[in-house]
Design a protein around this ligand. Structure first.
Ligand code: URA
Length: 458
């Protein structure tokens, strides 16, 4: 790409960030446009990302990066929506077994007056992305041009797509490179990635769940709060209404960890109308949804929002909406929920408890290692995923166990089974006395709103 400013070239931009200097708005926009046109090569984007990851980006640089990602595509609007309908969006920064978005989307869409529009990404680092999960469903389409995405929402009131073509395309490019270059865990890079997708989607109200703990990018609550506040600043700058929550991610959410296994778990929760659903999964889903309904003005209180979602679940409307959604996005109606509708692994191994006692801990980080070993997460941009692989937990934190009893199932192929079984065993800590574990208490904080910072020109 020809530059008006002869000093703008990929090498000088990389050098500048490597030296810990601050970019101008023009430099950041130039870099992003250059990545889009090919003038800035993938390896140069990788080098810049590593420099940015190590040296950081300040608030303004983060804002310009977000703006440049958004400008690389279109910002959606929904003029066709019926009077009074609110378009909402839910995002999680990613955690182990975190399938809350998949469960919450149809429940929200089953509530009168709600449309749900979400742009998401593939898995990052070792957490499975929502897009990878739905791509485990044969036929599920996630690539939409902007006008198709809007059309889909107008027809069905619920749409999930990935950043591509004319929807924040450069965010997708940076995201895919970060995933395989150890440049994921940077607060400004995560904030610009998340918020550019939320802004491009053009929803009215967003709920953002920032995961904190050993199974998340943000290991501590303090780091999580920094990320959350940065996202809030960006939301405020772009005039977005957003509820921001910090939640715990030390142990997996629900029982399934793995792409198709998580889809099946969501399907079962909806199909069984919430009966026997894992408490942590259900409570977090309902709580986040009720906050969103309240912020959207569709519920006067959180309690009312909670009851609307519970009604959607227990009446079976959430299940019907889920089925219609899958079909609307390309899945064969006869296949949804049928035997073998989702990919399965070659083998299923039962992992026994090593001692009698109580499950004191299930280490989400160890489970992330298992996911890598069994092929649920990528090592290179071209890696294909083992959609059927993963873990089904038979026991959760606080449960009593007897030596030899099955604590988990490992779904894998022959080549990964030995190492993955070892990591899976190590994920469980069995102790003598019961632990206090409250599956209702995953939410750590609900952040107060912030005022936007001025962006400035340089
Ligand atoms: N989720 C995103 O969308 N982007 C990130 O960088 C991390 C989590």
């Amino acid at each position: 790409m020809a530059s008006a400013n002869s000093l703008l070239n990929p090498i000088s931009i990389i050098e500048k960030k490597k030296a810990g200097e601050t970019h101008t708005r023009e430099e950041i926009h130039w870099l992003v446009q250059g990545a889009a046109s090919g003038a800035v090569r993938t390896y140069q984007v990788s080098a810049w990302l590593m420099a940015a990851c190590i040296q950081g980006l300040n608030m303004r640089e983060t804002l310009w990066l977000t703006e440049a990602f958004v400008d690389s595509g279109l910002v959606l609007t929904y003029p066709q929506r019926p009077e009074g309908v609110v378009v909402v969006d839910k995002h999680s920064t990613g955690g182990v077994g975190d399938k809350v978005s998949l469960l919450l989307m149809p429940l929200l869409a089953a509530v009168p007056g709600v449309y749900v529009a979400k742009l998401a990404g593939h898995g990052l680092g070792m957490t499975g992305g929502t897009i990878d999960k739905v791509e485990a469903i044969p036929g599920f389409r996630t690539r939409f041009l902007a006008h198709e995405f809007v059309d889909q929402l107008s027809k069905f009131g619920l749409v999930l797509g990935q950043t591509c073509h004319d929807l924040a395309p450069v965010e997708k490019m940076f995201y895919d490179i970060r995933d395989v270059t150890a440049t994921v865990d940077s607060i400004p890079l995560i904030a610009s990635s998340v918020m550019s997708k939320k802004i491009a989607t053009g929803s009215d109200v967003i709920i953002l769940d920032v995961k904190c703990g050993r199974g998340a990018f943000m290991r501590s609550t303090e780091e999580g709060r920094l990320l959350a506040e940065l996202c809030q600043q960006l939301a405020a700058h772009f005039g977005k209404r957003m509820v921001t929550v910090l939640s715990k991610m030390d142990s997996p959410i629900g029982k399934a960890v793995g792409l198709a296994l998580e889809v099946e778990e969501v399907y079962q929760v909806l199909h069984n109308r919430g009966k026997d659903a894992p408490t942590d999964l259900l409570e977090l889903t309902l709580k986040l949804g009720s906050l969103l309904l309240k912020e959207s003005g569709l519920a006067a209180t959180e309690v009312e929002g909670y009851h609307k979602l519970l009604e959607a679940l227990e009446s079976g409307k959430g299940y019907e909406t889920f089925r219609r959604w899958l079909v609307a996005q390309g899945v064969d109606a006869d296949e949804v929920g049928s035997d073998g509708w989702l990919p399965q692994s070659d083998r299923v191994l039962m992992v026994p408890a090593a001692a009698t006692g109580y499950v004191g801990d299930i280490d989400a980080l160890k489970l992330m290692e298992v996911m890598h070993l069994v092929g649920s997460a990528r090592n290179t941009m071209d890696d294909s995923l083992e959609y059927g692989a993963g873990v089904m937990l038979h026991k959760q934190v606080g449960d009593a166990v007897t030596i030899g009893e099955t604590i988990a199932e490992l779904h894998c192929d022959a080549k990964s089974q030995i190492a993955a079984t070892q990591f899976l065993k190590e994920a469980f800590t069995i102790i003598d006395a019961p632990v206090a574990y409250d599956p209702h208490a995953l939410i750590l904080e609900i952040l107060p709103p912030v005022k936007p910072l001025a962006s400035g020109a340089s």
